[in-house]
Design a protein around this ligand. Structure first.
Ligand SMILES: *Cc1c(COP(=O)(O)O)cnc(C)c1O
Length: 417
């Protein structure tokens, strides 16, 4: 199969997998045709998220996850309040990384003890808000531990905390490594015993550990390996705790297929291996809430980004579709959000879903930079000015992970349907 056929088959696969439905040759989100949504957004590019797809994702996980695992939503993947409310109705908890995210999480009515606040460089405002709300503060450094202790002493409350551990192993073959080696995240595993001794007399309720090694992993054997080492590390560190291990966040890292050739993760081997690990460490985990935190796995395939063709031109043998959407709205699709090599996301001409008169096009945005590339040399139904371009797999790290003000075009709209 050549690259163009691969692109087409990826787009067709997404349609066939029924992540989004199409009727009358047009893509729909819920009951809304994308052209209706474009009217609603008054011509601005938009993101649209489908609640039923998010629900399906959570359901699928629930069925696979060991029963005792608490599923948390890492809301930085998509912090739109409607999305967070929808997902949190089906998950046990939420992980936040700023005071603003914390407010959104609290607004869902989820119990403060089911909200954890992680992330390096928490401001005094962040810490104040977290202590006031009574959520679990995930301590990312020795100095942060001192700050939280000072706050606990001055406010006269016992503050629930967990320690983020920078593990002494790495998640292999991960899209983003966030643990192992030298890291700005967490406290190195070998420094944890001393830190725990130093905190022993502080008014902190040290519940346990947060061990997150990376994300966007599509290899079951790497994830299984990381989970095994995570539990072994917890076993080694737990004796330093003032009491039993009450809370253990084992991270997540489950990846989603973005590109041609990516296979969806097979959850079965991961979860059955996790279950045996939990059994192996049953004594350690007697009084432990074991948390798994996921972002993109719950939302990525539930979102599309839609923009409109403004111009169509030829340049020395290549055809360009110039759209009103681009890098400023959707940094990740242009390959500039942590990707090593740029690859095409699955794309459709949203109002020509079943057309089979194809041509090879390169889709770009309106920004004056060669980085503003939405799709490179893709074989798609022949598009005209005014047609709508839909980019699949846009439900995570889209809207809020993009530099909206670059070149000062209008912001995209967001719909949760
Ligand atoms: C970003 C992040 C996540 C979510 O990662 P996904 O790949 O979206 O699942 C989970 N935990 C922590 C600590 C994170 O920083």
């Amino acid at each position: 199969m050549n690259a163009g056929d691969a692109a087409i088959s990826t787009a067709k696969k997404h349609i066939e997998q029924n992540d989004f439905s199409s009727r009358n040759n047009e893509l729909h989100v819920g009951d809304m045709a994308v052209s209706e949504l474009m009217e609603r957004s008054k011509g601005r590019p938009f993101y649209a998220y489908d609640r039923s797809i998010m629900s399906r994702n959570v359901e699928k996980l629930r069925r696979a996850l060991p029963e005792r695992i608490s599923l948390h939503y890492a809301m930085k993947a998509n912090p739109m309040p409607e999305v967070v409310r929808h997902i949190s109705a089906a998950t046990k908890g939420i992980d936040v990384a700023s005071a603003f995210e914390l407010r959104t999480a609290l607004s869902t009515g989820i119990a403060p003890r089911d909200i954890s606040f992680a992330g390096p460089g928490k401001s005094q405002e962040d810490l104040d808000a977290a202590v006031r709300a009574g959520v679990i503060i995930v301590i990312e450094s020795e100095l942060e531990a001192q700050r939280v202790s000072a706050l606990a002493n001055s406010s006269g409350v016992t503050v629930p905390v967990a320690i983020r551990v920078n593990p002494d192993f790495q998640l292999k073959a991960s899209g983003m490594k966030m643990g192992g080696g030298s890291q700005p995240f967490g406290v190195d595993a070998e420094k944890i015993p001393l830190l725990l001794r130093n905190l022993a007399t502080e008014p902190l309720e040290i519940l346990g550990f947060h061990i997150f090694s990376g994300s966007q992993n599509l290899r079951p054997e790497s994830i299984i390996d990381a989970q095994r080492q995570t539990l072994e590390l917890a076993e080694r560190l737990a004796p330093g705790l003032p009491g039993p291990l009450r809370w253990l966040n084992i991270g997540g890292g489950l990846g989603v297929p973005y590109f041609p050739g990516d296979q969806p993760l097979d959850l079965e081997p991961i979860m059955s291996e996790l279950q045996s690990q939990l059994t192996r460490h049953a004594e350690l985990l007697q009084e432990t809430e074991v948390v798994m935190e996921l972002g993109r796995f719950l939302v990525a395939n539930a979102g599309i980004y839609v923009c409109q063709v403004i111009d169509k031109k030829e340049s020395r043998g290549k055809t360009y579709l110039v759209t009103n959407g681009g890098l400023h709205h959707h940094l990740a699709v242009t390959g500039n959000f942590g990707q090593v090599i740029r690859k095409n996301y699955p794309v459709a001409i949203a109002n020509r879903i079943t057309d089979d008169d194809l041509e090879q096009v390169t889709i770009v945005g309106p920004l004056c930079t060669p980085l503003d590339l939405l799709g490179q040399e893709m074989l798609l139904p022949k598009a005209r000015v005014g047609d709508l371009i839909a980019i699949y797999m846009s439900g995570a790290y889209g809207y809020t992970a993009s530099p909206h003000q670059f070149l000062s075009h209008p912001e995209p709209a967001e719909f949760c349907l």
